[in-house]
Design a binder for this molecule. Structure first.
Ligand SMILES: [Zn+2]
Length: 274
């Protein structure tokens, strides 16, 4: 079973026919990432979809028997994925989906294994995908994926088993509206929750990523996302967590100063709801 949040999200996307051409699934469990990607890829192609794929129609049956021409699962057992893999993907998808209203789903598991050369070649495919092609990338190591690839995809965190609860007290919209003293007090409080901090900053990153696509104020959200990525990257080392939190919240303060009208709490509430 996939998480309720992801299932609800894709049900809406499929009903409204608003599929993106690139998704990047991030999470701690490789098993959950791959099974969620397979589930979503099957659902996208299903001929009688409801709250998921029916697993009975011709499309679902072909995918299950690994003989579908609309579903490809690319993985490697080695440490690196070379440009040859991208050439294979290109030759498979270059003419797009077989029929006008059909999709061709390509899942690239462990996409952080792409070499720089391969990732750059793949970027061209992501930028101008052939008709009907949907890419679903998965990784356990989000920060090792090229920023240019990340920015072309809708990034979704995939929980291992249960949904990690969102702490609404620390939603990014709320943080932005705090004055500087409240921000510093919040930084001190966050520093005491190191285990949850990474997930919280990731949530902010996803919020920026969502808003980046839905508003014209791209530069502010890009700067906020960069500050979050910097903090996440520093968290991998043995840093002073309190200083890191203060530095991140001060960056957010500087970036969003005089920009308070930009933030749309409604969008964030919607995101939390899914
Ligand atoms: Zn089906």
């Amino acid at each position: 079973m996939i998480s309720q949040r992801i299932s609800t999200l894709f049900k809406g996307i499929l009903e409204k026919e608003t599929l993106s051409t690139g998704y990047l699934f991030y999470g701690h469990s490789k098993e959950a990432l791959d099974s969620t990607a397979r589930f979503i890829g099957t659902w996208i192609n299903c001929l009688s979809p409801q709250d998921g794929p029916c697993f009975q129609c011709q499309s679902c049956s072909l995918i299950q028997s690994q003989s579908s021409t609309g579903f490809f699962f690319i993985k490697t057992e080695t440490e690196k994925m070379s440009i040859d893999t991208i050439r294979d993907i290109y030759s498979t998808v270059q003419y797009g989906a077989a029929e006008k209203d059909k999709h061709l789903v390509v899942i690239v598991s462990d996409c952080h294994k792409l070499t720089t050369e391969a990732a750059n070649a793949f970027l061209k495919l992501l930028e101008e995908p052939p008709h009907g092609v949907i890419f679903i990338l998965t990784t356990q190591n989000l920060l090792s994926v090229l920023p240019t690839i990340r920015s072309r995809c809708q990034i979704l965190d995939i929980p291992a088993e249960t949904v990690i609860p969102q702490n609404e007290d620390y939603a990014l919209s709320g943080i932005i509206h705090m004055d500087i003293i409240q921000k510093l007090e919040t930084a001190a409080a966050l520093a005491l929750q190191k285990d949850e901090l990474k997930q919280l900053i990731l949530n902010w990153l996803y919020t920026c990523n969502d808003l980046l696509r839905s508003t014209s104020q791209h530069d502010v959200y890009i700067k906020l996302a960069d500050a979050c990525l910097d903090a996440l990257s520093s968290l991998r080392y043995n840093v002073n967590v309190r200083l890191l939190c203060e530095s991140l919240l001060l960056s957010i303060h500087t970036i969003s100063f005089d920009q308070k009208h930009l933030f749309q709490p409604a969008s964030e509430t919607q995101k939390i709801a899914v």
